[in-house]
Ligand binder design. Structure first.
Ligand code: ZN
Length: 285
């Protein structure tokens, strides 16, 4: 099978799977709220999300929260460079999902590929209601130590009148600065320029431009993301080879470029260079 018959944005052939393991270190209070609501035994009104590990409630960073941040930030960055990217997949979902479902039902492969090619870049990366994602974020768990939590008191404001609600003090829980979590980001069939876009988001998180979780306007959510290790395999002929042995990744389509690397930081940096070249090509064509 050639790359011509099945472009990377289909899921028909697995050309490459790349995993970057990362460490998230909180540089300010981090608040990712629990969806369960208030536990009757807790004295805090708004708890952070936790997971029960061996009888202890341990805060973690859900992969779904990370995916949300990376998606909205990727869309923003792509648009700021003049690359078509819809908002949280809504545009492409409305325009192409029905066609896609219809062609999938009838098994019309050429029409499926043609429809998928129309989705914007961020939908090709992050997926849509009917279109499987090419990226995944694992939940990030504390490695050695259970992160310490703090509590802040807020004043509830009536949304309609803007006045302080009567007797409405509430308590908000957060994870303390200096807490460490470990997780991973996986790329399935993503071209080097698309990984470069994700790498740009990662850089902006480290610069404090992009924050994670709630209470961002009050200085919460600054996180440092440290890439640790690069693993993965690429399809060469009819078998898979480890990317760390190869030290290079070939272009996946005509807009893509070769990257060479000897470690994970170099890999992410090289992909950012290819992303900028991709933007240039799109503007000159
Ligand atoms: Zn889209």
């Amino acid at each position: 099978m050639s790359t011509k018959s099945f472009p990377w944005f289909t899921h028909s052939v697995i050309y490459r799977t790349i995993e970057v393991s990362v460490k998230y270190t909180t540089k300010s209070p981090l608040r990712i709220g629990s969806e369960k609501g208030k536990s009757p035994t807790s004295s805090v009104d708004l708890q952070v999300i936790t997971m029960n590990i061996n009888g202890t409630e341990v805060p973690f960073i859900p992969g779904s929260s990370l995916k949300g941040v990376f998606r909205s930030s990727s869309e923003f960055i792509a648009r700021s460079y003049g690359i078509r990217a819809c908002m949280m997949g809504e545009g492409c979902k409305n325009d192409y999902d029905l066609d896609l479902q219809r062609f999938m039902k009838s098994g019309d492969v050429d029409s499926i590929i043609n429809t998928l090619s129309k989705y914007c870049l961020t939908c090709k990366i992050f997926g849509s209601a009917s279109y499987y994602s090419h990226i995944s974020f694992s939940d990030a768990y504390p490695k050695n130590q259970v992160p310490r939590r703090g509590v802040k008191t807020g004043i509830a404001i009536d949304r309609r009148s803007g006045a302080v609600k009567k007797g409405a003090l509430y308590t908000v829980e957060f994870v303390m600065p200096g807490s460490e979590f470990e997780g991973s980001i996986r790329f399935y069939n993503l071209p080097n320029y698309a990984i470069g876009l994700i790498s740009t988001v990662l850089n902006n998180i480290n610069l404090g431009i992009i924050k994670i979780g709630g209470f961002k306007s009050r200085g919460f959510g600054t996180v440092e993301v440290t890439p640790k290790e690069l693993r993965g395999s690429v399809l060469v002929g009819s078998s898979y080879e480890s990317i760390s042995e190869k030290g290079e990744l070939l272009p996946l389509d005509e807009d893509d470029e070769l990257v060479k690397f000897s470690n994970v930081s170099e890999f992410l940096e090289e992909c950012r260079r290819v992303w900028i070249n991709y933007v240039r090509k799109k503007h000159s064509s």
